[in-house]
Design a protein around this ligand. Structure first.
Ligand code: MD3
Ligand code: FE
Length: 218
């Protein structure tokens, strides 16, 4: 027994509750970043990045693709999940094992040990690209959390409440930062401010955000 027995473990030290059910784990993705970036690039090669058109007739500035058994689609008729990539007529690529393992470990560390994602969305931001305040509510299973991994240039993340007009908090999400959004935070409004210019040593002049979801009930 010594003086330091009561101090939290360093890893727990990096976990911050930023909202009810929402946990920020700074740098959790840094250890596997090279392999995970390679996996993301292989997905992009199989299912190219596209700028989504929203049902409202607007074109998003970010570029997206997906993998997993179901992928999110933004179409004139609305948002939906589909097992087929409409561009290729083929199923989406599977979620690579290193990303699957990472997402399950992050969810477990955040207090969601039963999370098994069936969909992974990759968002690429170039300098100036942004994502307006929105809710993620197209998944059928809203009890499951969303796990997000940031790679590359840092971004300012806006985290609001359950109403669009509420007050928002700002967090800087840097390379390797992970956030798990569950419980009441699952339906919180959120967005990303325009990305600042920069050059990340591993990822280059961009930010990649990788989100893992459970769309269909387990
Ligand atoms: C809170 N992505 O993919 S990451 C999204 O950086 C999305 O590309 C942003 O919003 C990005 O839908 C923000 C943080 C994030 C992701 C999903 C959430 C926060 C969330 C789902 C529910 C609540
Ligand atoms: Fe979102």
């Amino acid at each position: 027994m010594d003086l330091f027995d009561d101090l939290p473990l360093p890893t727990e030290d990096l976990h911050t509750a930023i909202g009810p059910g929402a946990v920020l784990m700074r740098g959790l993705g840094r250890a596997g970043d090279v392999q995970m970036l390679q996996a993301v690039e292989s997905i992009i090669a199989q299912a190219p990045l596209l700028q989504p058109h929203t049902p409202g007739g607007y074109t998003m500035s970010i570029q997206t693709t997906r993998c997993g058994s179901v992928g999110w689609l933004s179409e004139p008729g609305g948002y939906r999940y589909s097992t087929i990539n409409p561009r290729t007529g083929q199923p989406w690529p599977a979620i690579p094992a290193c990303l699957m393992d990472f997402a399950i470990d992050a969810a477990t560390q955040a207090g969601y040990p039963d999370f098994v994602p069936d969909s992974c969305m990759i968002n690429q931001y170039l300098p100036g690209n942004k994502l307006g305040l929105h809710q993620d509510r197209d998944e059928r299973d809203l009890r499951a959390p969303v796990v997000s991994l940031s790679l590359g240039l840092p971004a300012i993340f806006l985290f609001g409440g359950l109403q669009r007009t509420g007050k928002t908090q700002r967090y800087r999400l840097a390379h390797g930062d992970v956030v798990v959004w569950g419980g009441p935070s699952r339906l919180a409004f959120h967005g990303i401010l325009p990305l600042a210019h920069g050059d990340h040593a591993l990822v280059g002049q961009r930010r990649l955000n990788v989100t893992f979801r459970r769309v269909l009930p387990a």
